[in-house]
Design a protein around this ligand. Sequence first.
Ligand code: 2BA
Length: 108
Amino acid sequence: MKLIYAIVNNDDSHMVSSELTKGGFSVTKLASTGGFLMSGNTTFMLCTENERVEEAIEIIKKCSRRRKQYANATNIGTMEMQTATFPVEVSVGGATIFVTDVERFEKV
Ligand code: 2BA
C-alpha cells in the first residue's frame, strides 16, 4: 500500500475530490496553508494499492492547473528605514505530490 499526499489549489479541490471518488478512491481532504504564500490550499490524503498509484496521480494531474499568484515581498529601506512591500509573481501548482510507503493499513 502507498499513501499519497497531494497539495492542490483550493479552486481545483472540488474537481480533484469528485474525480478521485468517481475513480473508486477513498480520500481525505485537509485544509492547509502554504508556508511561502501563507494562503490556503488543500491537501489530499489517499491510501491505495501500489498498482493504482499512477492512476490516482493521473487524475490529480488532470484536475490541477498551474496558476500565477502574487506574494508580497518586503524591502526594508536603509536610508529612511521605511518598509515597502511590492507584489512578486509566483507560479503555483498544478499539484505537489508525495508518495510514501504504508507499513500497515487497517480498518477496525
Ligand atoms: P506555498 O509554500 O505557499 O508556495 C507557493 C509557491 O511559491 C510555490 O508553488 C513556489 O512556486 C513558490 N515558492 C515556495 N517556496 C518558495 C521559496 N522558498 N522561494 C521562492 N519561491 C517559493 P508550488 O511549488 O507549486 O507549491 C505549492 C504549495 O505546495 C506550496 O505553497 C506548499 O504548500 C506546497 N509545497 C510545495 N513544495 C513543498 C515541499 N517540498 N514540502 C511541503 N510542501 C510543499
